[in-house]
Design a protein around this ligand. Structure first.
Ligand code: GDP
Length: 194
């Protein structure tokens, strides 16, 4: 995928702010600090379109980025940050439900998990949640450069097992440091961009 244009469009709190041009959307979800911003920047070949390592849990909006004028990346606020209040969590849950349950332009969700660790309880919940709404899920295991190659297979199997991924559900290893997995990720996502 050659990225000509990648621009920030809007931070949406609800359906009233979603774009209305009907272009397909890929959402990106994962716990805070999993490497979501780094993934987006690497995929788009932009150093800092999305700010990395911002205070976790701070952005409670769906951030829309328009790519090549033909589709969107939708950055979903990270979960699992302990210092978020109950009220904020509820607002987050409502915003996500409105989006994942109804948004017809949403064609797939990239769910990011950390290759180094077993999926958290919230990772499992997010996977089940997306599954419940019938959303195609592309699971991406981040920070692959931090795991010795000899352990990749074992870590992969752990994620497949813990998330309950089926044989037809893609799991991809990724590193925003080396760029490993980038071409595969685009290859998997391309069918969802039409
Ligand atoms: P976000 O909170 O999910 O958006 O996570 P960030 O993209 O801000 O990344 C969190 C931290 O992990 C930052 O310090 C990144 O530099 C680091 N990081 C993200 N992806 C990778 C990766 O693939 N490899 C390594 N080694 N570090 C990464």
């Amino acid at each position: 995928m050659k990225i000509g244009q990648a621009e920030y469009i809007i931070s949406a709190v609800g359906p009233a702010q979603y774009p209305t041009d009907g272009l397909p959307e890929i959402a990106l979800a994962g716990r805070s600090n999993v490497g979501k911003s780094s993934f987006i920047n690497k995929m788009l070949g932009r150093r800092s379109l999305v700010r990395t390592s911002e205070k976790p849990g701070k952005t409670q909006k769906l951030n829309y980025f328009k790519i090549n004028g033909s589709f969107y990346f939708v950055d979903v606020p990270g979960y699992g940050y302990a210092k978020v209040s109950k009220k904020e969590k509820e607002a987050w849950g409502k915003m996500l439900e409105a989006y994942f349950s109804q948004r017809s332009e949403l064609s797939a969700v990239v769910h990011l998990v950390d290759l180094r660790h077993p999926p958290s309880k919230e990772d499992v919940q997010m996977h089940d949640y997306l599954d419940y709404f019938g959303r195609p899920i592309v699971t991406v295991a981040t920070k692959a450069d931090k795991v010795p190659k000899g352990k990749h297979q074992k870590q992969k199997q752990m994620i497949i097992h813990d998330l309950g991924l089926g044989a037809d559900e893609p799991l991809l290893l990724f590193s925003s440091v080396t760029g490993a997995g980038k071409d595969d990720a685009w290859r998997i996502l391309e069918p969802f961009l039409k």
